[in-house]
Design a protein around this ligand. Structure first.
Ligand SMILES: Cc1cc2nc3c(=O)[nH]c(=O)nc-3n(C[C@H](O)[C@H](O)[C@H](O)COP(=O)(O)OP(=O)(O)OC[C@H]3O[C@@H](n4cnc5c(N)ncnc54)[C@H](O)[C@@H]3O)c2cc1C
Length: 220
């Protein structure tokens, strides 16, 4: 994978439009007749977005780029750029042949980034004051607002921002204290779990998972 240059990956940009035009609702089913491997998500500039793509799809992409490279010098001229930025939810469904995970010192894919980020977010909730004062609430509000704009998987960020901004106001961060905030974070995570077809987490246990450790003592 490391031998594939950014130029080789970028040479696949000509197919960008095929991906960016997928409606956000086709969460798990990218068209298979495209020239890019299933599950590859493009960045807003039309280049493959590593932090939006699962490692299996990324590997399929780099494999394809390698296979194409000896004869693909002309493909670099095919630079049809992506004009649509319609969010396309990254796919986490494994490619047809699941491959072993990449070494720990490689850049994160969408899943590794997600796991680390949820650890940070839930731990922030677990260490949030039991009763937050106005300043603490405002700091966290500001953090979440910026987070939802800056998260490196842009399609994830867009969906998260949209969820938080539900017109009813029901998904606004609950910041009065730790219990409310921890529960809200759990619900936010479950929203993503649902979207990805994953099992929901029982939010009654968020504190055991992220703060106290499980009652059976295995974390002590
Ligand atoms: C804001 C955000 C948006 C994301 N959006 C997308 C997206 O659009 N597409 C995409 O492919 N990936 C997205 N991800 C990544 C995705 O959520 C997962 O992190 C990734 O798929 C790896 O999943 P996992 O099964 O290893 O466990 P994760 O979902 O990363 O969970 C890590 C651990 O948290 C615990 N946990 C699970 N659910 C909850 C919960 N509700 N409350 C408390 N603890 C819980 C479990 O112990 C689990 O093992 C997003 C991540 C973040 C932070």
């Amino acid at each position: 994978m490391a031998e594939v240059s950014p130029e080789q990956l970028n040479s696949l940009r000509g197919n960008a439009h095929l991906y960016n035009q997928q409606p956000a609702t086709t969460k798990q089913s990218q068209e298979t007749d495209s020239a890019l491997p299933k599950g590859v998500v493009l960045d807003k500039d039309g280049k493959p977005c590593r932090t939006c793509t699962s490692v299996s799809s990324w590997r399929a992409l780099t494999k394809q780029a390698k296979a194409d490279s000896p004869t693909s010098s002309s493909s670099t001229t095919n630079t049809t750029s992506a004009t649509s930025t319609t969010p396309t939810t990254p796919l986490t469904a494994p490619a047809t042949h699941p491959e072993p995970s990449i070494p720990a010192d490689c850049p994160p894919d969408v899943e590794a980034l997600g796991r680390s980020t949820w650890t940070l977010l839930h731990t922030m909730a677990a260490t949030y004051p039991e009763r937050a004062d106005t300043q603490q609430q405002s700091d966290m509000q500001g953090f979440l607002k910026l987070f939802s704009r800056l998260y490196p998987c842009w399609v994830c960020a867009d969906d998260f921002k949209t969820w938080m901004a539900h017109p009813s106001g029901r998904n606004q961060p609950k910041l009065s204290g730790r219990k409310e905030f921890g529960w809200w974070m759990c619900e936010a995570h479950n929203e993503v779990n649902r979207k990805l077809g994953k099992k929901e987490f029982d939010c009654r246990f968020w504190e055991e998972r992220w703060k106290t450790g499980w009652k059976d003592g295995r974390c002590d």
